[in-house]
Design a protein around this ligand. Structure first.
Ligand code: UD1
Length: 368
């Protein structure tokens, strides 16, 4: 009987982490059967299908269509539907990625059914339990049998939490595999012409963390900072649906019609990599973008109090400023005047992470 692996994805940041692994697993189709399940946590074309197209991913074998909801509702819906699929398919291993609700839901269902779990991007900790992702990371790691870690801090965090070192593997950053595989193609995108921008002469902005966009006062304060930045350089803001909805609900949509700020729909993977890679700097509250800018050596200002990816600030081109406007604007000045630090690329962010993971899975699971 063939060894059966199910990879579970659900939300935008899962897709670029699963694409390189799916590709490498499918090479071994003679002895490993690999299925892809999409929970449907993200369902808009530009948060989901566009990424499958850009990353040349196979269509999901099963689409659960769970959609949006409260945390409890969404997690429970994913669990109910996944359990049925796992019962039918009887996988030997379930692979989950990152820290979204789909990640944790799949890990819980698999572990309860005594199916082995592999967590790609394990060990990251912000030490802020008000972040939904932090709870998803902790639960997923403690239920996993194979923990694939992106940076050294992850090894230390898992050791402090008493996770047995035999389960933990420092394999590097799989998202950087996707970036390396696609950068040439992304550079050919005509996005900058479409937006009338010139390279290194604009700022890329993303904002979607609940702590920044779900509270009117915080969002208003951030918009004031963004306006000041937009007075210096054009700012391009692919706006996440959560943020779009809140801008409308808080009556702030009018206030963002400011010169220098271009608000656009969320971009696909290739256009977004183009936007990042040619920007002067990036303002963001995302997790993954801190890593992508570190690899690209583009200055990144992270508008959060903490990061679960400390290597990006320690040796990379990232700085974690929180929402403090003086600190953000001082950093903007230091970047524009060429005084910002030079970043380095962390160990094993080299494009070969999927290979390392597949070889560990084959050695440990299928006994090859
Ligand atoms: C989720 C992840 C977050 C990740 C982000 C990337 C969790 C807890 N959060 O946050 O870690 O950084 O994805 O995008 O898993 N919506 C749409 N279309 C969609 C999906 C969502 O319009 O295709 C809207 C809905 O109104 C929904 C809201 O966005 O209620 C939030 O979506 P949800 O998946 O719950 O969380 P994200 O904020 O996207």
């Amino acid at each position: 009987m063939k060894y059966k692996i199910i990879c579970v994805v659900g939300a935008r940041p899962n897709f670029m982490k699963s694409a390189p692994l799916m590709k490498k697993l499918l090479i071994h189709k003679n002895d490993i059967e690999t299925l892809l399940i999409h929970t449907g946590q993200h369902y808009d074309n530009n948060l989901s299908q566009l990424f499958f197209d850009d990353l040349k991913m196979p269509a999901p074998d099963v689409y659960l269509g769970v959609g949006s909801g409260s945390h409890g509702e969404q997690t429970a819906n994913i669990m109910l539907k996944l359990e049925k699929v796992f019962l039918k398919e009887k996988p030997h291993l379930v692979v989950v990625f990152g820290d979204v609700n789909s990640t944790m839901a799949a890990a819980i269902v698999a572990a309860k059914m005594c199916i082995k779990v592999a967590h790609v991007e394990s060990g990251l900790r912000s030490f802020d339990r008000t972040m939904p992702e932090e709870l998803n990371r902790i639960v997923t790691d403690h239920l996993s049998d194979f923990l694939f870690v992106t940076e050294k801090s992850g090894m230390e965090n898992l050791s402090h939490e008493g996770i047995s070192p035999e389960k933990v593997f420092f394999t590097g950053n799989i998202m950087i595999d996707s970036l390396i595989n696609n950068l040439e193609i992304a550079r050919r995108s005509d996005l900058l012409e479409k937006l009338s921008l010139s390279p290194e002469n604009y700022v890329a902005l993303t904002l979607h963390r609940p702590s920044n966009v779900d509270n009117k006062d915080v969002l208003q304060k951030l918009l004031a900072i963004i306006k000041e930045v937009a007075d210096r350089l054009p700012v391009v803001f692919p706006c996440h649906p959560r943020t779009q909805a809140n801008l409308a609900e808080f009556g702030l949509s009018g206030t963002i019609n400011t010169k220098g700020l271009k608000i656009i729909e969320p971009l696909g993977y290739l256009d977004f990599m183009k936007l990042l890679s040619e920007s002067k700097f990036v303002l963001t509250d995302s997790g993954g973008i801190q890593e992508e800018t570190t690899y690209l050596r583009i200055p990144c200002i992270t508008i959060r109090e903490t990061t679960e990816r400390p290597i990006t600030a320690e040796i990379g081109s990232n700085i974690v400023t929180g929402t403090d406007s003086d600190k953000i604007l001082e950093t903007v000045e230091s970047i524009i005047s060429g005084k910002f630090k030079e970043g380095k690329i962390p160990d094993l962010w080299d494009g070969n992470t999927a290979d390392r993971i597949v070889s560990i899975i084959r050695q440990n699971i299928s006994g090859k």
